[in-house]
Design a protein around this ligand. Structure first.
Ligand code: NAD
Length: 280
């Protein structure tokens, strides 16, 4: 097993530490998850982001079990699916995820979406607070929450989500939401940090020349930009060489001018679902 990649760690509002760079496994075929996560652990990743709805928790768990890496050197996130929101159903969902992962606890448990069609995000949050106290989730947070949803939690609970995992990439930078949640103690995690490959990063003004000047790919520039913005990031890839490429972002630094050029490339372009969707 190679050494862990040299990612910075950030401190969550509960005092625990999270590696700022990891691997996401959305749309990873359950049959391939074990191989992919095994390779990621070999490359040096120690932070894996999965979810009940990805249906690959078992493969993730097998890779963890076979890796021999001490549990406290890993950071594993999973998420409560929308139809499991509530009290008893959320408790049962965490138990099921832990069983599939083969773990006694996850490092981070998230409410996956506010899911307005169920109207249970506050009740679910209160349950996550209990689950954290009981030890099944070391840290707790939310995903795809908008300001109003965060306000709903603040009105009902003293526990502030450790993170809010939202769509975030150079064409959709979420500056307003970040400015709101970060002073309140909620770190931002980016999903779709490479725009899910749904647009060409090289098309954004200045991006290609920044990459060329640093001798890096546009994907590496995007990942580095998230890190310098203080955002937690776990790009997804199933290919070992891209796992290596995506972690090879600690030997260069974007200049203030580079950061300003990328800031100006924001075009408020979502590539994924809106948090208020009622389709799922
Ligand atoms: P992403 O932005 O990480 O993009 C993944 C795409 O980029 C894949 O097609 C991959 O082949 C390509 N890619 C990766 N590295 C590359 C490289 N070096 N060069 C060229 N192409 C490269 O999109 P994502 O997977 O949606 O987001 C990352 C993670 O965020 C997910 O795996 C998942 O863990 C999480 N996520 C969460 C939510 C949520 O609702 N909370 C939603 C989507 C994703």
């Amino acid at each position: 097993m190679t050494a862990a990649i040299q990612t910075p760690h950030l401190t969550l509002n509960d005092g625990r530490s999270i590696p700022q760079l990891g691997l996401g496994v959305f749309l990873v075929d359950p049959a391939e998850a074990e191989r992919i996560v095994t390779e990621a652990l070999e490359v040096g990743y120690r932070h894996i982001d999965t979810a009940m709805i990805y249906k690959n928790e078992e493969g993730v768990g097998r890779a963890i079990a076979n890796s021999g890496i001490p549990r406290d050197e890993l950071f594993i996130t999973t998420k409560l699916w929308n139809s499991d929101q509530g009290t008893d159903s959320a408790r049962a969902a965490l138990d099921t995820s832990l069983e599939k992962l083969g773990l006694d606890y996850v490092d981070l448990y998230l409410i996956h979406w506010p899911a307005p069609k169920y109207g249970k995000h506050v009740e679910s949050w209160q349950t996550l607070v209990e689950l954290q106290a009981a030890g099944g989730a070391r840290s707790i947070g939310v995903s795809n929450f908008m300001k109003a949803h965060l306000d709903d939690l603040a009105a009902a609970s003293d526990v502030v989500p450790a993170v809010n995992q939202v769509e975030l990439h150079p064409a959709f930078q979420q500056r307003e939401l970040r400015k709101y949640q970060e002073p309140r103690g909620t770190l931002t995690e980016a999903w779709g940090p490479l725009g899910q490959g749904k647009y060409e990063l090289a098309e954004l003004p200045g991006f290609a020349s920044i990459a060329e000047r640093h001798g890096k790919t546009v994907q590496q520039v995007a990942i580095r930009w998230h890190l310098q913005e203080g955002v937690i990031v776990f790009p997804k890839t199933t290919k070992r060489e891209r796992m290596i490429e995506n972690a090879d972002v600690f030997d260069f630094e974007l200049t203030a001018d580079d950061m300003a050029t990328i800031a100006a490339a924001d075009r408020d372009q979502r590539v994924g679902a809106h948090p208020l969707n009622t389709d799922f």
